[in-house]
Design a protein around this ligand. Sequence first.
Ligand code: SF4
Length: 256
Amino acid sequence: MQGMIFVIQRASLHDGPGIRTTVFLKGCPLRCQWCHNPESWSFEPEVFYNHDGTTKLVGKLVSVEEVMAEVLADRAYYASSGGGATLSGGEPLAQSAFTLALLKECKAQGLHTCVETCGHAAPERFQAVLPYVDLFLYDYKATGPDHRRYTGVSQELILANLDALYKAGAKIILRCPLVPGINDSSEHLRAIARLEREYPELLAIEIMAYHNLGNDKAKRLRRKPALPGIANPPQSTVQAWLDVLAELGCRKVRIG
Ligand code: SF4
């Protein structure tokens, strides 16, 4: 069993609890305008142009055993910090057989597992991985027609998968990327508050403030950045989002 990844990041502190190793898989069905991992979109290796004029190939085919050797190297840190392994991307369920094999192996080794997902995959794929996932980091990106406008796909399947996972008892943290002037509409913030009311057992709702790191990466992939003029939001903007969500009754919101 092999899969296409673009990086394995050790000692990650932002992809679930504790110290983790995050495996970033290539291939994504979405095209979020604010994506900070555009090198994940293609299922194939891609040429990345460095600033010094050299190039490197992003993406390599690896076996489950190769990934696990790297994941297990930090096992002692997981034990002491409550960490584990996270599968991210891209969309991990876009390579569902490889993702399932990795998750099974992680659980066989007694590791805590997270899957970071955009939610856009066939429901059967979620059902298959569910027994092997301790925590889903589940994106909620935009509301209504804005979802297709900013990500390239509608949100019906994503909402249906969220509903099915929640009702099956999955542990879920909702992750909401917010980009000033793009997807921080009052309608979207109200929808986030509605989800907290509808799904009271969500562990948390994390606000992921926009970071324009993806623009440079897009240029280095010889693509045009989708949001070239948007600056990273100042703390005052982030606080304003938090204030609105608090006024709407949200109690589980935190900065991601
Ligand atoms: S789902 Fe994630 S990886 Fe895919 S385009 Fe959106 S931000 Fe990028």
